[in-house]
Design a protein around this ligand. Structure first.
Ligand SMILES: [Mn+2]
Length: 409
C-alpha cells in the first residue's frame, strides 16, 4: 500500500512548494535549500503508458532519493480524465481514485527556476529548460526547437525499438532492490501488454526487452500470490474494451479522447485517435456538429481510426482528413503526402463505400503496423511544405505573381 499512500500525499508535497497554495507561482525557496521538487510527467495523450510511467517512476525515485520530492502529474486537464477510459479502468482496479491524482491544471503556470522535470513517454516539452531526465521510446524529434531547449546535461534514455515506456521504467524498478510494490508491478505489466498489442506478431510493436520485462513482472506478481497473471490475453481484451468504451462520452469527447496537436510555425492541426473507424464515426448522428465544435480553431482536422474486433481481435485502421475552412487543396496536399509515404508505406486505399462527408477525404489503412507515431511526422512535413508555398504575406504573393513577367524581360 506504500504506493497508494505515496499518491495520496503527492498533493500535499506539491502544495509545500506553492506560495499560499496558489496555482500561479512557486514559493521562493532559500538558496541553501537542497531539497528539490521533481515533477514527473508523461505526454499529452495521457495514455496508459504515459500515466503509469509517470506514477510509478515518481514513486520509485521518491523511495530511492528521499532527500528530494517527486510528484507525478498526468499531462491533461482534470476534466479530460474521464476521456482516458482505459487509464481510469486500470487505476481504479488498483484502488487509485481520481482524487488522488494530480493533473496539468494542478500545476502553476510559471515554473520556478529550481523545479526539476522528468519526462516519461515523450521528449519534446514546454518544460524543456527544467528537464533533468528523459525516459522515452519514440523517435527523436531532433529538429524540434523544444528539443533543442533541453539542457545539455539532462540524462536521456530514449530507446526507440522498445514497445512501451513502462518497460524502461520497469528496468529502473528492477535495477535496485527497493522499493517493491505489487501495484507497481501490476500497472507496468498491464501497460506493456496493452502497448505491445499483447506481443502480436502482426502488430510488431515489441522488442525482446518488453517480453523479458513482462515475464519478470509476472514472476514478481506470482511470488506475491497473484495467480491470474499468466492470463495476458484476458487482460489485454479487458484493457482494449475499456479503452474503446465510449458509451459515457459525447461525440466531441470521443474526438478529444486521444488527441494530439501538430504545431507548425503557422498552424495547429489536431490529430484525433479514435477507437472506432472514422468511416463509422462520420455516419453517427451529430458527427458534423461535434467536428465543428472540435475543430473550431484549425484549418485541418486529422482523424485516425482503429477498430479492434471484440470477437477475434482483428484490427482495422482508417484515416480521415477534413478542412472546416474548405481548404480542399490543403486536404489534397496532406493526402498526397500520406499516400506517397514510404517509410513505412501506409498502404492507403479508398473505402469500399466512398464518402465526401464535409468535403473530407477518407481512406482505409491497410498497413496495420503503421501508427500515429509514423503518420504524425509525415503530416507535419506536408504542412511545413504547404506553408512554404502558400504561407507568406500579401506582398510576397504579389511579388510571386509578378515574377514570371520579370523572367520574360
Ligand atoms: Mn508510450
Amino acid at each position: 500500500m506504500r504506493f497508494v499512500r505515496f499518491l495520496t500525499h503527492a498533493r500535499t508535497t506539491l502544495n509545500r512548494y506553492l506560495a499560499d497554495g496558489s496555482t500561479v507561482a512557486w514559493q521562493a525557496h532559500p538558496a541553501e535549500e537542497l531539497r528539490k521538487l521533481h515533477i514527473v510527467i508523461g505526454n499529452e495523450s495521457c495514455d496508459l503508458d504515459s500515466a503509469v510511467s509517470a506514477l510509478t517512476l515518481a514513486f520509485i525515485y521518491s523511495e530511492r532519493s528521499q532527500e528530494h520530492d517527486y510528484v507525478p502529474v498526468l499531462n491533461i486537464p482534470r476534466r479530460d480524465y474521464r476521456l482516458k477510459t482505459e487509464v481510469g479502468h486500470m487505476l481504479s482496479k488498483c484502488g487509485i481514485a481520481e482524487a488522488m491524482l494530480l493533473f496539468r491544471d494542478d500545476l502553476p503556470n510559471k515554473f520556478a527556476k529550481d523545479v526539476n522535470v522528468v519526462l516519461v513517454d515523450h521528449h519534446v516539452s514546454e518544460l524543456a529548460p527544467h528537464v533533468v531526465e528523459i525516459l522515452d521510446h519514440r523517435p527523436i524529434d531532433g529538429a524540434n526547437p523544444k528539443y533543442m531547449l533541453l539542457p545539455q546535461n539532462c540524462v536521456r534514455s530514449i530507446e526507440t525499438d522498445i514497445g512501451s515506456c513502462a518497460t524502461i521504467v520497469g528496468q529502473r524498478y528492477l535495477a535496485v532492490e527497493q522499493p517493491r510494490s505489487p501495484i507497481v508491478a501490476q500497472l507496468l505489466h498491464a501497460t506493456i501488454v496493452l502497448d505491445t498489442v499483447n506481443f502480436s506478431a502482426t502488430a510488431k510493436r515489441f522488442s525482446p526487452s518488453d517480453l523479458v520485462m513482462v515475464e519478470q513482472m509476472e514472476r514478481e506478481l506470482s511470488e506475491g500470490g497473484q495467480s491470474d497473471v499468466g492470463r495476458r490475453s484476458e487482460l489485454f481484451n479487458e484493457l482494449v474494451a475499456a479503452r474503446a468504451d465510449i458509451s459515457n462520452l459525447t461525440l466531441t469527447e470521443v474526438l478529444r479522447k486521444d488527441m494530439k496537436i501538430i504545431q507548425t510555425e503557422r498552424q495547429q492541426v489536431p490529430i484525433a485517435g479514435m477507437p472506432i473507424l472514422i468511416r463509422d464515426f462520420i455516419e453517427l448522428s451529430g458527427a458534423e456538429k461535434a467536428l465543428r465544435e472540435f475543430g473550431i480553431d484549425s484549418n485541418l482536422l486529422v482523424m485516425l481510426g482503429m477498430y479492434v474486433s471484440p470477437v477475434d481481435g482483428t484490427v482495422q485502421r482508417d484515416v480521415g482528413l477534413i478542412s472546416l475552412a474548405g481548404q480542399s487543396q490543403l486536404v489534397e496536399c496532406v493526402r498526397l503526402a500520406l499516400v506517397g509515404c514510404h517509410e513505412p508505406s501506409l498502404d492507403l486505399r479508398a473505402h469500399d463505400v466512398g464518402s465526401r462527408f464535409m468535403g473530407g477525404c477518407y481512406l482505409r489503412q491497410h498497413n496495420l503496423r503503421a501508427t500515429r507515431k509514423h503518420i504524425q511526422p509525415v503530416i507535419k512535413r506536408a504542412l511545413m511544405e504547404w506553408e512554404e508555398i502558400h504561407g507568406f504575406g500579401c506582398n510576397e504573393v504579389y511579388f510571386f505573381k509578378e515574377k514570371p513577367k520579370l523572367g520574360l524581360s
